[in-house]
Design a protein around this ligand. Structure first.
Ligand code: SAH
Length: 217
């Protein structure tokens, strides 16, 4: 099967599994996932599964990327914060659906590779930071949307504080590290009122406090 066939098949799978937002599907069709996976996993780039990347992390499963992106209800006027850049794949998709994407990664080595991919693909509306995403990015707050792509044991209140209060949305997996009962939660902020919904079960690597001590930096 060629990459093209696999790609078309995956997009059809995503649609059948609940990713119905056509803007999300089209962004996922256009961003070349094969550019975000390790060379040894190239043949699985368009399979609907999470794959290992360096620093013991993972690039998320396409279905999870699709459903979480859809849950954000993005428009092209929004400023969005992502926590956990990893391979940069989710960031690339978000960047096609919003005005500016801010993304934070605690592993400098991962961030450097992701940044080179953004440059190569001319994704110029992404601003990156090597840092601790638990703290968010207070200097750029408030954000219309925040997406966390690592599991937190509780909803980080600093992130809630950095959501805009006119319908800001935070989407994140909540649950213990690598446990089977993590849930994607969506928090909506209207004025000083917060509402929270549980969306679907997932399994993510943990949100870890602090910046990693990488070899190369
Ligand atoms: N969105 C990524 C998924 C990466 S997996 C992708 O599309 O590939 C989760 C990432 O979150 C890992 O790279 C991990 O290093 C990062 N991470 C974990 N805790 C973090 C923290 N406190 N701040 C920033 N990044 C964090």
């Amino acid at each position: 099967m060629t990459l093209d066939t696999r790609r078309i098949r995956l997009i059809m799978d995503l649609r059948n599994s609940g990713v119905t937002d056509t803007a999300v599907l089209s962004a996922m069709e256009r961003i070349p996932r094969e550019s975000f996976v390790e060379e040894s996993f190239l043949d699985q780039a368009w399979a609907n599964r999470a794959l290992p990347i360096s620093c013991g992390q993972t690039i998320s499963q396409p279905l999870v990327v699709g459903l979480m992106t859809q849950a954000l209800a993005l428009t092209d006027r929004m400023r969005v914060l992502e926590i956990g850049t990893g391979s940069g794949y989710q960031a690339a998709i978000l960047s096609r659906l919003c005005r500016r994407l801010y993304t934070i990664e605690r592993h400098r080595d991962l961030l450097a590779v992701a940044e080179s991919r953004f440059t190569e693909m001319s994704l110029h509306n992404i601003t990156t930071q090597a840092g601790d995403g638990w703290k968010g990015w207070p200097r750029q707050a408030p954000f219309d949307r925040i997406l966390v792509t690592a599991a937190a044991p509780v909803v980080p209140q600093e992130l809630v504080a950095q959501l805009s209060d006119d319908g800001g949305i935070l989407v994140l997996p909540v649950g213990e590290a690598s446990s089977a009962d993590q849930m994607v939660v969506r928090v909506t902020k209207l004025g000083d009122k917060l509402s929270s919904e549980q969306l679907f079960p997932v399994r993510f690597v943990p949100l870890v406090e602090g910046v990693a001590e990488d070899s190369a930096s």
